[in-house]
Design a protein around this ligand. Structure first.
Ligand SMILES: Cc1cc2nc3c(=O)[nH]c(=O)nc-3n(C[C@H](O)[C@H](O)[C@H](O)COP(=O)(O)OP(=O)(O)OC[C@H]3O[C@@H](n4cnc5c(N)ncnc54)[C@H](O)[C@@H]3O)c2cc1C
Length: 422
């Protein structure tokens, strides 16, 4: 890199993790540039439950109040079979949890995080894509593409993103919060292997009069795990784990529409599929099925990066881990690690810490994720485990809103213990 820069960090990706990192850097008086290839924050609920630790960060950033106004709270997890709840977990009893889960759509979360950045005058470059980067011991050179919408196609004209300008920028450090297909991770040559089988979920969000009683209902059965979340405004989300072949069977009719999320097309699912899944797995669900606002099949890969960064470039969030959806771990722990990484980089830039702290960040994050993904430890039944949880003990770790420091407490409350994996 030509010439030594002072105190500038480029954050790639304005998802919740990149936004969290940018807010933390700004609070530490570090110059931040946030680069996002899309032209606005996300538009769907995606990861909709905030863990207590994420909520306390939002309080620190002064954005929790507006979110809390339009949210609902989950105080208990109810583990169910086809006959109803079999084991309840009171989230207020988890060590280190001072509250339950706050249910807020990811779209609202992202919008709430963007506002203070805009107010603080942080450079937020929407429609800018990182195309390449090079690092040396002094810093980084990055090439960006500015995107604009244009018409293309001959027989059928369609709107698509085109590069209208190429730009160059420099930074002391880069945070790669650019999601599952991270360009930053790929540029570093870091492998991102599958660590467990992919799961597919049929997801339905609709209005209902079901009385959730502040519970998230987790239904365990031979067909897979299903989850019922209460949502603000009288809506709910059912997510049913399904086999891919079954998804195909329900998606063959000609009149089905596609919805577009990012670059991906998803089938819109039929009400009849929802009714059949409820009848099969949760006949106790006595709520009405009202207006739909979102229904689709989503695939969740489970991947873990072999390292979380090197030199002056470090990763956080989906760029380095993809977890199962029910415990909402990938986004929540991602926001927390975006914050942590930004603090460490600010400390290094302030001369308060050495660069070895970044290596420590990578090692500790990897250790936490290896545990949560069941690669190093597992949950084992004890004499007091309920039969339902004992039967599906291998699925429990991914269903709980845990981090490494709360895993033991969750296990106690489930009547399980954490043991090293052979
Ligand atoms: C349909 C759907 C349903 C989901 N449901 C759940 C769920 O039920 N539970 C759960 O836990 N999780 C769920 N998730 C996953 C959850 O949304 C992610 O874990 C979360 O968004 C991760 O946040 P992130 O900031 O790490 O990455 P992202 O939110 O993916 O943000 C990354 C950002 O980087 C940008 N970007 C990528 N490449 C570049 C580049 N080269 N230059 C500039 N910008 C770039 C992208 O446009 C994106 O905005 C769901 C996701 C989807 C798509």
């Amino acid at each position: 890199m030509e010439g030594k820069l002072r105190r500038k960090v480029v954050v790639v990706g304005a998802g919740p993790v990149g936004l969290a990192a940018a807010l933390t850097l700004k609070a530490r008086d570090v110059e931040v540039e946030l680069i996002e290839r899309d032209d606005r924050p996300g538009t769907h609920s995606y990861a909709l439950a905030l863990h207590p630790k994420t909520l306390s960060l939002l309080r620190e950033w002064g954005v929790s109040e507006e979110l809390e106004k339009s949210s609902v709270t989950v105080s208990h997890l109810a583990f169910c079979d086809e006959n109803g709840p079999r084991h309840e977990l009171d989230l207020s009893k988890v060590n280190g949890h001072d509250s339950g889960l706050l249910i807020v759509g990811q779209d609202h979360l992202e919008e709430a995080l963007v506002r203070p950045l805009e107010r603080a005058g942080v450079k937020l470059s929407w429609s800018h894509r990182l195309s390449t980067m090079q690092q040396d011991e002094d810093g980084l050179d990055l090439e960006l593409e500015r995107l604009s919408e244009g018409m293309s196609g001959y027989a059928m004209a369609r709107l698509e993103w085109q590069v209208d300008k190429e730009l160059h920028t420099q930074a002391d450090y880069v945070i790669g919060a650019d999601g599952h297909f991270s360009m930053v991770r790929r540029k570093l040559g870091i492998e991102f292997p599958n660590v467990a089988p992919t799961q597919s979920f049929a997801v339905f969000e609709f209005k209902t009069d079901f009385n959730h009683n502040n519970r998230a209902h987790i239904v365990m059965g031979e067909e897979g795990t299903s989850i019922l979340w209460p949502l603000p405004g009288g809506y709910c989300r059912w997510g049913f784990e399904i086999e891919e072949s079954k998804a195909e069977q329900f998606s063959r009719d000609k009149d089905r529409l596609f919805v577009q999320v990012g670059a991906h097309g998803y089938h819109v699912l039929e009400t009849q599929m929802l009714e059949a899944l409820i009848k099969e797995r949760a006949p106790w669900f006595n709520g009405s099925i009202g207006q739909f606002r979102w229904r689709m099949i989503v695939r969740f890969e489970k991947r873990l990066a072999e390292s979380f960064g090197k030199g002056r470039t470090w990763l956080a969030g989906d760029a380095c881990h993809l977890a199962a959806p029910i415990g909402m771990q990938s986004m929540n722990l991602g926001v927390q690690e975006g914050h942590l990484l930004a603090q460490i980089i600010a400390d290094v830039l302030d001369g308060k810490s050495g660069a070895d702290q970044l290596e420590e960040y990578g090692a500790s994050r990897l250790k936490e994720w290896r545990s949560l993904m069941g690669l190093d430890v597992m949950m084992m039944e004890t004499a007091v485990t309920s039969p339902l949880l004992a039967r599906y003990s291998d699925r429990l770790m991914e269903c709980i809103p845990a981090s490494l420091d709360t895993l033991g407490s969750f296990a106690d409350l489930l009547g399980m213990e954490i043991v090293p994996k052979e």
